[in-house]
Design a protein around this ligand. Structure first.
Ligand SMILES: Nc1ncnc2c1ncn2[C@@H]1O[C@H](COP(=O)(O)OP(=O)(O)O)[C@@H](O)[C@H]1O
Ligand SMILES: [Mg+2]
Length: 280
């Protein structure tokens, strides 16, 4: 059974108002999208900027209503859940955002940023303040940061370190499923590899399921088992990563592959960093 199943999902954003009763035609950001992610998988979604990737994550998290279709998480129809049940379920389904500069509250300490999901999900995760701090420390070490970072603020950290903080925060409520929306796109190439290696290791250690979104096929090839290619809100192709890379059936996929700077994974910085094991 699939863990996350997206079934014929469409999302139309309403057009601008025109006059008293009129509206311009809406914008179809997602058009009949279906995909299925088994438990434990690392499933990639690739497409250029503006193709609807973030809209799909917002639909999964119920930050957008659906114009059509259904989204199932572990057999539950997400958009039919009462708010209270959805809130509980959200502890199992977390997201790492693209921009580690915008997604961390600059006025909060690292401790409070990482502890916040434990406070929000205190009903499913009853911890004392001391236990929360212990767990924050454990998470800091798990993502390659140190205990002396605990009471510092986001501006004291590099982009790569901030993304590690974002990952620790996403892991705080012990999720089973992570949505990673371009988690390395805002980072320098040299740091991207370290963060990808960290995500790889965490998936193994914690048995997580990943929905990994990127506009970079090289990154997806490194992280994912299966991949779907999205173009203007439509999935044009999906399948095992090797098949999509080695014999793409769709013109758009071929174009994306041709635009890849380094199609040989053995030469990519991700593989090289894996062997040197450097830390961002
Ligand atoms: N709230 C909204 N209202 C109208 N259009 C939107 C809204 N959110 C996203 N869009 C449009 O939907 C398209 C897909 O956006 P997005 O999902 O952010 O793409 P991606 O994450 O692939 O870059 C874009 O053209 C964007 O302008
Ligand atoms: Mg996006």
């Amino acid at each position: 059974m699939s863990f996350l199943r997206i079934e014929n999902v469409s999302k139309v954003f309403p057009g601008a108002r025109q006059g008293l009763f009129g509206r311009a035609e809406g914008f179809r950001a997602l058009d009949d999208v279906s995909l299925s992610i088994p438990r434990g998988a690392s499933f990639g979604l690739v497409g250029e900027s503006g193709s609807g990737k973030t809209t799909l994550t917002r639909c999964i998290l119920r930050l957008e209503t659906l114009s059509a279709g259904k989204i199932w998480f572990d057999g539950t129809d997400l958009h039919q859940l009462p708010p209270q049940a959805m809130r509980r379920l959200r502890s199992r389904l977390q997201i790492v955002f693209q921009d580690p500069y915008a997604s961390l509250d600059p006025r909060m300490t690292i401790h409070d940023i990482i502890a916040e999901p434990m406070v929000i999900h205190a009903d499913t995760m009853p911890l004392s303040a001391r236990q929360r701090t212990e767990r924050v420390l454990e998470l800091l070490l798990q993502v390659g940061l140190r205990s002396e970072h605990l009471f510092r603020y986001p501006h004291e950290f590099s982009g790569g370190q901030r993304q590690r903080i974002g990952i620790a925060r996403a892991l705080a409520a012990k999720p089973e499923f992570l949505i990673l929306d371009e988690p390395t796109s805002a980072l320098d190439v040299s740091v991207q590899a370290d963060v990808l290696n960290l995500l790889h290791r965490l998936q193994d250690e914690l048995g997580l399921t990943y929905f990994f979104i990127s506009h970079d096929l090289g990154v997806v090839r490194y992280v994912c088992d299966d991949v779907a290619v999205i173009w203007r809100g439509k999935l044009v192709e999906q399948g095992p990563v090797e098949r999509i890379f080695d014999s793409p059936q769709n013109d758009y996929t071929r174009m994306l592959l041709d635009a890849m700077p380094d199609p040989d994974p053995d030469l990519s910085p991700f593989r090289r960093a894996q062997t040197t094991g450097e830390i961002a």
